[in-house]
Design a binder for this molecule. Structure first.
Ligand code: GUN
Length: 173
């Protein structure tokens, strides 16, 4: 898909295609559509990120809360979005042993209790060992720093998802 195709999309098509660039936040794609035309992928990305940066802290935390836990109950129930399923599977989180799953569940719960939102990591840059290690490390970070880190991960995930979509064969969309 090229940028001309993106700029030709009506509202419904744009939200269908880009609605999960930010996990379970189609409102962001809905707002970004109004900013068309976009000059290229970078420009499109800039608009998604500008929306996130302009939110008050409560909105930014809301975005994080739309993410499912990594290797959590949604993965077991099969209710993840296709993108999250692919990313978690690529990081080896769909084939954890019982001990690893339990350890990650404990760390996820501690993280959520400490910061009030789930642990978000661009899983595509990680493997199962790195996910646990990073989770344990970030649990000890100050809250303000952790919010910035987590939003940075949301942007990395969004960048990768946007790049996938713009590289995708239009015949498959
Ligand atoms: N990293 C990549 N995808 C996801 C997701 O769906 N949830 C969380 N918590 N992190 C992710």
């Amino acid at each position: 898909m090229d940028i001309k195709k993106v700029n030709s999309m009506d509202f419904g098509e744009f939200v269908d295609v880009f609605g999960n660039v930010i996990e379970r936040c189609p409102l962001i794609a809905a707002a970004v559509w109004s900013q068309r035309p976009f000059s290229d992928l970078e420009d499109l990305k800039k608009h998604f990120f500008a929306f996130i940066d302009a939110l008050p802290q409560s909105g930014q935390e809301g975005i994080l809360r739309c993410h499912p836990d990594l290797a959590g109950s949604e993965l077991r129930r099969g209710t993840l979005t296709a993108e999250s399923q692919r990313e978690q599977s690529g990081a080896g989180l769909t084939t954890l042993g019982a001990d690893e799953r339990l350890r990650l569940a404990e760390l996820n719960a501690q993280y959520r209790a400490r910061f009030g939102f789930p642990f978000v990591l661009a899983a595509r840059f990680s493997d199962r060992a790195a996910v646990s290690r990073e989770l344990a490390r970030r649990l000890l970070c100050p809250s303000a720093q952790e919010l910035r880190t987590a939003l940075g991960e949301v942007k990395k995930i969004g960048s990768l998802r946007l790049a996938d979509l713009l590289r995708a064969d239009p015949a498959k969309l």
